[in-house]
Design a protein around this ligand. Structure first.
Ligand code: NAD
Length: 493
């Protein structure tokens, strides 16, 4: 039985504050219900503002222990946490699939992905250099810029990748020498408890990493506004990011926000890989991805071939229970996302688009959250699909006639996380790479791509700051310059 669990019959999970598994101070709880089966998976403490404050106070008390921990010891803790995750990949993946809805093989890949993600940061920590320079305006002066932890960092994460997203913030903030308070999303907190079990088993000293569960409107805002919090790492919706930016004051912010990633298919692209990338980037994890292909721009010369091949491909996909081996796509995670998907499809149809695959819920499933993978053709640029993140299993197709038009449509909504282009022409690819306004441009790849070592983050409405690799360590630290007059050493009489 898991350590954060009270009993095997009804799983009653706990929060983790100051090295102890605890209930909320007023005893309140909330249930986590599986979108796949409709069953209650467990109950969680419904943290309050006082719980959030208690977690911050524990983290502040642990700041010196975190800051003074030798780099070698921090690295050892990171390695141990990764080893603990490795021990239970299958168990963690099953819980991830049940609380999220994604197929088991995707959950296994996600839990596995957390391991090299942490290991990479450990390696970067070992080589985390900083500049030293001789003086320009004064002689005999040496400047050393040293990395200094922020102090206490709050990390707040969404539900769509319950392992990868906490794994790229929580452990990294500790590796950079901070104490941490982690608030996971309320739809998928079981994976967060498992991560905390790994942190506990790795013997991270009490108070250095704490976790509070509960509503964003109370726990999240209390953490964000708390005067003793020094930095915030947030992943979630752009509107929530804006709210956090208004409340946080001058805390150091890293905001990983929404995307509206376009995949541009030029007339010289190869149809088969383009269709594979459309299907992968639209329907993996039920389209619940910040770097899903939210919009597919297809050159008019190649449009009919691409759409026909895509519809054939999508009709072969099996929607089913996430733990069944033959399932390609599970349910939508929650009702508000389902309703948004339905709203965006209806809006496009009202404006003249055609549903050429899917476009409705799957009957006879354990919940009504199962929705067919959907292709909507001839979506006009003014449709919601092209202006607001859908975050569901849809491939909206928009036609274009030249690169200028595609780039203009791509940049217009002012989101800029990841954008992609398929073309056989290197000149066109590089022109697009320069003119598209996003943190990542993928050439002959789907929008849906990332790795652990590239600076990750968005332009414009997609966020602030960079994470992954050494950029996570930079995000959770400050540079402090020490100016050193070597000529006065020893101090002259
Ligand atoms: P969300 O903004 O609704 O919630 C994210 C987290 O913030 C949750 O833990 C929630 O409880 C908390 N929260 C809500 N209101 C808050 C407030 N006022 N103050 C503090 N915390 C608050 O997002 P979501 O629906 O869980 O996630 C989906 C979004 O995340 C999508 O827009 C997606 O594109 C984005 N996302 C971005 C990235 C990236 O790398 N840029 C990665 C994954 C997801």
């Amino acid at each position: 039985m898991a350590k954060g669990t009270k009993s095997a019959a009804k799983r009653a999970f706990k929060m983790y504050i100051d090295g102890k598994w605890v209930d909320s101070e007023d005893g309140g709880t909330f249930d986590v219900v599986s979108p796949a089966s409709g069953q209650v998976l467990g109950s969680f403490p419904k943290g309050t503002a006082d719980d959030a404050k208690a977690a911050v106070e524990a983290a502040v008390r642990a700041q010196d222990a975190a800051r003074t921990m030798p780099i070698k010891e921090r690295a050892r803790l990171g390695v141990r946490i990764a080893e603990e995750i490795h021990r239970n990949i299958k168990e963690y993946a099953v819980d991830c699939s049940l609380e999220h809805g994604k197929p088991l093989r995707e959950s296994i890949a996600e839990v596995e992905d957390a391991i090299p993600n942490i290991q990479w940061q450990v390696e970067d920590l070992k080589r985390w250099d900083s500049p030293a320079q001789e003086g320009f305006s004064k002689e005999n002066v040496l400047y050393m810029s040293l990395h200094e932890p922020l102090g206490t960092v709050v990390t707040i994460t969404p539900w769509n990748f319950p392992w990868v997203l906490p794994a790229e913030f929580v452990v990294q903030a500790m590796l950079a020498g901070n104490s941490v308070v982690f608030k996971p999303a309320s739809n998928t907190p079981i994976s967060a408890v498992h991560l905390m079990e790994c942190i506990d088993k790795a013997r991270v000293p009490p108070g250095i990493i704490n976790m509070v569960t509960g509503p964003g409107g109370e726990v999240g805002t209390t953490l964000v506004e708390h005067p003793l919090v020094d930095g915030i790492g947030f992943t979630g919706e752009t509107t929530t990011g804006l709210d956090i930016a208004k409340r946080a004051g001058l805390k150091k912010l890293t905001l990983e926000l929404g995307g509206l990633g376009p995949l541009i298919i030029m007339d010289d692209a190869k149809v088969e890989p383009a269709v594979e990338d459309i299907a992968f980037g639209c329907f993996t994890t039920t389209g619940h991805c910040c770097v899903a292909n939210e919009r597919i721009f297809v050159h008019e010369e190649i449009h009919d071939k691409v759409v026909k091949a895509l519809v054939d491909r999508v009709k072969k996909m099996r929607v089913g229970f996430p733990l069944d081996a033959e399932t390609d796509m599970g349910p939508i995670n929650n009702r508000s996302t389902l309703l948004k998907v339905e709203r965006h499809v209806a809006d496009a149809v009202k404006r003249g688009a055609k549903v050429v695959a899917g476009g409705k819920r799957v009957p006879g499933m354990p919940t009504d959250l199962y929705y067919y993978p959907t292709v909507v053709d001839d979506v006009p640029p003014e449709a919601l699909f092209n202006t607001a993140e859908t975050f569901g299993p849809t491939a909206p197709i928009l036609r274009f006639s030249d690169l200028d038009e595609a780039i203009e449509m791509a940049n217009a909504p002012r989101y800029g996380l990841s954008m992609a282009i398929h073309t056989a022409n290197l000149r066109v690819a590089m022109e697009a790479a320069k003119r598209l306004k996003a943190g990542q441009i993928c050439i002959n790849e789907p929008v849906y791509s990332w790795d652990y070592f590239n600076p990750w983050g968005g332009f414009r409405n997609s966020g602030l700051g960079r994470i992954a690799g050494r950029w996570s360590l930079d995000a959770f630290s400050e540079l402090k310059t020490v100016m050193f007059n070597v000529g006065r050493s020893p101090w002259p009489d």
